[in-house]
Design a protein around this ligand. Structure first.
Ligand SMILES: [Zn+2]
Length: 307
């Protein structure tokens, strides 16, 4: 067990186009993580790291802030290797945008000096639901989890926290329930970059099984409102998929509205609950989104919310 609040186990074990400027694109060392991770330079010291789930990091002369730790210690080690190709400065902060395993299970490979931040709700849910999930996954894919432990964020906040690093002020903020009850976003107003976590999905169906679909729509409005002035000049890094402009928040809000309205129609028509997911017809523009099996889970959640 490390100095952190950790859990050890005996077995050790969306849609829009890229709109970022001055991008250098390269494939990260696929050997370490075993898939196709990509690092994008967003400018202003910001980088997006994209795999099955996304991470991101801000590099300054004084240190580094990382947003999200990916889905396993092995994947996080590959992320750290990429960061080290860019900077040897200390990783001062790690922010978990929410409690889901694919954003937090790499926490344990960050240096002990790294302070891990999250919302209070994120920490509490990870403490409760993280250990059983970790145990399952570390049995299924032991190579991904070997030699590491689940580390829980040690610094929590309720509304917001400003982290200053290399003279840059990065706002870590809770803007309302959405993908979970404790999503945080990280905002750099100077460089006009927002790390949105899973409040945004790009090219992927939004996963709503732990979500609050009605609140999520309002939260997306709040997210878009953070990107002011000139939102089209801002970059958002979603939790899954390519970085893009804040208009993605409007696209996801529309998706949620459409899905809610379809579920409501089916409920009003008296369709048996278990037949509702199969009866939902989404507009053709959503046909190419990845992970279509998320629809059934999201519909199940919306039914519960509407009952
Ligand atoms: Zn998530």
């Amino acid at each position: 067990m490390s100095r952190r609040t950790g859990f050890s186990f005996a077995l050790v074990g969306c849609i829009a186009t890229v709109a970022v400027i001055g991008i250098s694109l390269r494939t990260a060392s696929g050997e370490e993580a075993g898939s196709k991770e990509v690092v994008r330079n967003l400018g202003g010291g910001h980088y997006a790291y994209m795999g099955m789930s996304n991470s991101g990091f801000f590099v300054s002369d004084e240190g580094i802030l990382v947003v999200d730790a990916l889905k396993s210690p092995r994947h996080a080690k590959a992320l750290l290797a990429e960061i080290r190709k860019i900077s040897d400065k200390p990783i001062v902060y790690l922010v978990n945008t929410h409690w889901h395993w694919d954003h937090t299970f790499g926490n344990g490979v960050f240096p002990e000096a790294t302070k891990i931040y999250s919302t209070k709700a994120c920490k509490e849910r990870l403490e409760k639901d993280g250990p059983p999930k970790w145990e399952t996954l570390s049995k299924e894919t032991p190579d991904d989890y070997e030699g590491a432990e689940l580390v829980i964020p040690e610094v929590t906040f309720v509304d917001e926290e400003t982290l200053t690093i290399g003279g840059r002020k990065l706002l870590v903020k809770y803007i309302g329930r959405g993908h979970t009850d404790g999503d945080a976003v990280v905002v750099d107003a100077e460089s006009r970059v927002i790390y949105a976590g899973d409040l945004l999905f790009n090219g992927v169906h939004p996963y709503m099984a732990d979500g609050y679909s009605k609140d999520w729509i309002e939260t997306l409005e709040a997210l878009h409102a953070l990107a002011q002035p000139e939102p089209e000049k801002w970059t958002v890094v979603p939790g899954h998929g390519e970085p893009t402009t804040p208009s993605l928040a409007k696209d996801i809000a529309e998706y949620i509205r459409v899905l809610r309205s379809e579920v409501k129609k089916a409920l009003d028509a008296g369709t048996p609950e278990k037949e509702i997911p199969g009866s939902i017809k989404l507009p053709e523009k959503y046909a190419d989104l990845k992970y279509p099996w998320f629809i059934e889970m999201s519909v199940g959640r919306i039914i519960k919310e509407m009952k």
